[in-house]
Design a protein around this ligand. Structure first.
Ligand code: NAP
Length: 543
């Protein structure tokens, strides 16, 4: 079958892309491996899974109808509610008739002669399209579990990112959770409420902030809606995709008392960014950062009753904010429960999983169930898991062997007519994803319209523009504290993955302005043409 555009993934990015392409008159189709829409929210059904961006922000802004017809029930929506929202969007926009479920894309090859992408699926189908849009999400491929013996375990094993649809009841069981990132931090309090014994294996403690989640009532939703036009505008031109706090001072421009009061007020907001946006030097100056880090550590010490457990839960090996902070409900409080135990695997490393449980350097503990909350092969995993080949059969995996190379996180040179939504080199995971998704989809559609108006059917990033963007992404990241952490932002959580900052930390607003400028300058840095041939590179956009 031949299409104008094939989109991979039916998460929020794929849904909006399909909707917009229909508006352009494209014959478009979405291929989705899962049996339903929702992407990350389809798979991550672990207990306690919630968004860490407020639900009124984490929702589409492009349609008044969607905004007005959907009522979020809580400040932070649960995974089931977000999944219902994704289904509501799919139904409301009548998208399902162009989505093919249970179809995994295995390879995507650009045919230079025909100027089209040929896509092969695990169902044996071959589909062709002029444009290929990758909408597979940033956190969709669980990283391979790098612990020996996982197959030997005789009990139940689960991964937070591949949770059984029917749910799991841990009542009466001895449960192990391995990992203490966001997925673990959200699930541990709920699992503790069911399990007979819960043991948490922690390698690196996280900075977790309280969500202070609560129901939303009609008056609050109405107040948000009244503010939406202004609020959405500020989000689009903000640093993280939600309105910024004013950051006109450094951490040491104020007294210790004033700073402590500001952090306390920020803590009480129950949001991820409030603390990090109190001062303009927190993500670039170690000493400034330490003031916020120590504030959070003191909160942990105040909540956790056993001083030794509290100290083990205090993160000290990386600046606050350089790994994504977590947002929790009763995480630290859970460690005050008598049946919840914490194992510091830095002190007693996990040697292996055995038939009966987990063996650390000092002892073997027996479990009925093990939950792996060990994270993802982020940003690039889902893209290179597909055998993507561009001009001359060049493999994307090879091109990215030393790290992803993109122009604006949207396109790749030598891979004509390929677009990525929230790809590496764009703000993506450093932002409210919905805002970034909308910006990318709109930019791609504007580019396609411009091409149609100019009689082009081929677009490709120029290699100079790409090189300039890669350097700019690294330069901006290297001016911050982010490279200090062994985070998934840095690819450092996956053994063997090149270590470099994967998203763009220059800010959602500045990035958006850059994309607008590129478009206004007739798509500076891109090459256009017909039938697969492209002309000279327009001058590369400066960073
Ligand atoms: P993650 O942040 O990468 O955390 C993985 C955890 O597993 C880390 O504590 C890691 O320790 C540990 N781990 C990995 N391999 C291990 C091993 N071999 N032995 C011992 N410990 C090991 O993954 P995640 O919690 O799934 O979250 C990933 C991202 O998804 C988040 O940062 C967030 O962006 C997103 N997310 C968001 C939400 C939300 O919206 N609320 C919820 C869940 C996830 P090390 O740190 O030492 O490697």
């Amino acid at each position: 079958m031949r299409y104008d555009t094939l989109i991979v993934g039916a998460g929020f990015a794929g849904l909006y892309m399909l909707h917009r392409l229909r508006g352009l008159g494209h014959r478009a189709r979405v291929l989705e491996a899962a049996a339903g829409v929702g992407g990350t929210w389809y798979h991550n059904r672990y207990p306690g899974a919630r968004c860490d961006v407020q639900s009124m922000d984490y929702s589409f802004s492009f349609s008044e109808e969607l905004q007005n017809e959907w009522d979020w029930s809580e400040k932070y929506a649960t995974q089931p509610e977000i999944l219902r929202y994704a289904n509501f969007v799919a139904d409301r926009l009548d998208l399902r008739r162009d989505i093919q479920f249970e179809t995994r894309v295995e390879s995507a090859r650009y045919d230079e002669g025909e100027n089209l992408w040929r896509i092969e699926t695990d169902t044996g189908e071959v589909l062709e399209a002029r444009y290929y849009v990758i909408a597979t999400g940033c956190l969709s491929v669980p990283k391979a579990i790098d612990i020996e013996g996982t197959d030997d375990f005789q009990g139940q094993s689960y991964h937070t990112a591949d949770w059984p649809r029917e749910g799991v009841d841990f009542s009466g069981l001895r449960v192990a959770v391995i990992g203490t990132g966001s997925s673990a931090v959200q699930s541990i309090p709920i699992i503790a409420g069911q399990a007979r014994e819960l043991t948490v294996f922690q390698r690196t403690p996280a900075y977790s902030l309280p969500a202070f989640n609560r129901p939303l009532d009609e008056a609050e939703r109405a107040a948000w809606r009244a503010e939406y036009p202004e609020h959405r505008h500020r989000s689009r031109y903000s640093l993280f995709g939600v309105p910024d706090y004013p950051m006109d001072k450094g951490a040491f421009d104020v007294s210790d008392e004033e700073r402590a009061a500001a952090y306390e007020a920020a803590w009480q907001t129950g949001t991820l960014i409030a603390i990090l946006q109190q001062y303009n030097d927190l993500l670039v100056d170690e000493k400034a950062n330490e003031t916020a880090a120590e504030f959070v550590r003191n909160k942990i010490r105040g909540i956790v009753e056993d001083p030794e457990v509290a100290e083990t839960l205090c993160p000290k090996s990386f600046p606050i904010g350089t790994k994504r902070a977590c947002l929790d409900t009763n995480y630290y409080q859970t460690f005050n429960l008598p049946h919840v135990h914490l194992v510091d695997v830095r002190k007693t490393p996990i040697e292996r999983v055995t038939a009966r449980g987990v063996k650390t350097a000092d002892q073997e503990r027996e479990f009925d169930a093990i939950v792996y909350a060990t994270g993802f092969d982020a940003m690039t995993g889902a893209i290179v898991n597909v055998d993507v080949r561009g001009r001359g059969g060049r493999e994307l995996k090879d091109k990215w062997a030393d790290g992803p190379r993109t122009y604006l996180g949207l396109t790749v040179s030598d891979f004509p007519n390929l677009f990525m939504i929230t790809g590496p080199g764009s703000p993506s995971v450093m932002s409210n994803m919905i805002i970034s998704i909308e910006q990318h989809v709109d930019w791609i559609c504007d580019c396609l319209s411009w091409m149609a108006a100019h009689g082009y059917d081929t677009v490709e990033a120029g290699s100079d523009a790409e090189q300039g963007w890669v350097e700019h992404v690294n330069e901006v990241a290297n001016a911050t504290l982010f490279p200090q952490a062994n985070s998934w932002y840095m690819g450092a959580n996956v053994p063997g993955k090149p270590r470099l900052f994967l998203p763009y930390i220059g800010g959602v607003g500045p990035y958006r302005v850059k994309c607008e400028e590129v478009a206004a300058a007739d798509y500076e840095g891109f090459r256009f043409g017909q039938g697969g041939k492209v002309g000279a590179t327009r001058p590369a956009a400066a960073g």
